[in-house]
Ligand binder design. Sequence first.
Ligand SMILES: NC(=O)c1ccc[n+]([C@@H]2O[C@H](COP(=O)([O-])OP(=O)(O)OC[C@H]3O[C@@H](n4cnc5c(N)ncnc54)[C@H](OP(=O)(O)O)[C@@H]3O)[C@@H](O)[C@H]2O)c1
Length: 316
Amino acid sequence: MQNNQSIVVLFGGSGQIGRSLLRRLTEKGYRIIIVTRSPYRNLHLKVLGNPGQIDLEKNLNLLDEEKIKNILKSADIVINLCGILYETKKQTFEDIHSKFPEMLSSLCNTLEISKLIHISALGIDEKNRSKYMQSKLQGEKNILKFKKSIILRPSLIFGKNDSFFNKFASMAEFLPALPLIGSGLTKFSPIWVEDVSNAIMKVIEKKNFKNNIYELGGPEVFSFRELMEILLKQIKKKRLLIPIPWGIARYQAKFLELFTKSLLTQDQVILLQDTDSIVSGNYPGLNDLDINSTSVESVLPDYIYRFRKGGHYNSN
Ligand SMILES: NC(=O)c1ccc[n+]([C@@H]2O[C@H](COP(=O)([O-])OP(=O)(O)OC[C@H]3O[C@@H](n4cnc5c(N)ncnc54)[C@H](OP(=O)(O)O)[C@@H]3O)[C@@H](O)[C@H]2O)c1
C-alpha cells in the first residue's frame, strides 16, 4: 500500500461502482470518507482499508447544504456516484441527479476542492425525453459550473453486483419467457465495473485535461436481445424471448408501477426508446485513459454461474 494523505469524499460509495473503487483507493493509500444514509448497513466497507483509513459519515438528506459543507471541509477530491433508476415519494430524479450536483459544484468552488468527479450516463441527449436522462443532463450542466470537474459517462455496467444480468437471470429462474422491451433493439456497449473504477483512478491522478467529459463504453456493442441471448447461454437456460413493442411496454410498465417500480417504469421504457447507450465518438474515452476494456463474455461466467442448474459444477 502506498502512503497518500489526500482525502477523498465519496457520495454513493456503498453502491456497485463504489465498492470496486474503494479497494483501488485504499491500495493507493487515500483516506476515504463515504457519505451514506446507512453507516450501520455498510460497516463491512471499513474492512476494505486499514484501521482508520475509511470513515462512514451518516447523511440522510443530500440537499442539507450545511451538513455537506462540513463534510467537504477536509476533502481534497470529491466523487459523486449517487444515482437512482426510478423515483419514489422520498427521492426524485431532480433532487438526486440535478439539484445535488448543483449544490456540490457550488460547494467545491467555495471550498477550493482540487477535483470533482461526477458519474453521469451514456446516451445523454437533449432529445431523450425520459425524466431520468433529462435530470442527468441538467446535472452535468450544473457540475460543469465548477471548472475543476470531470464527468464520466458509462454505458450499462456489468460485474458481480450488477443490476442488469443478475436481475434478468433471477427472472429466468421462475419465468418461462423474458421480455424484449421495444423488441430488444436498444444498443449498449456494456462496461465492466472494474474498468469504470480504473477510469476514475486515472482521472484522479491525471493532471491536465483537454476535455471535461469522458465516454466509457466496453469493447463490443450489443442489442438488448443479444445481451439476453448471451445471458441465457451462460446460465444454460432456454427461455422464450418475447418482443414487446414500445407502446405495449409502456402500458405494461404503467400497470407494474402500481405494485413495484423495481421491475420496469414508464420512464425506463422511454429511456430505452429514445437513445442507445453507446459511445458517440465526440468525447475522449477509455483509450485516452490508457485502459483496455474487458469483454462481457470474459467476465460474466465468473459470477453468473450461480444461476445455472448445478452452479459452478455445470461448466460444460
Ligand atoms: N449501474 C449502471 O449500469 C450505470 C450505468 C450508467 C450510469 N450509472 C451511474 O453511475 C452512478 C453509480 O452507479 P452504481 O451502479 O454504483 O449505483 P448503485 O449501486 O445503485 O448505488 C447508488 C448509490 O447512490 C446512493 N444513493 C441513492 N439514493 C440516495 C439518496 N436519496 N440519498 C443519498 N444517497 C443515495 C446510495 O448510497 P447509500 O444507500 O449508501 O446512501 C448508493 O450507494 C449513478 O449515478 C448511476 O446513475 C450506472
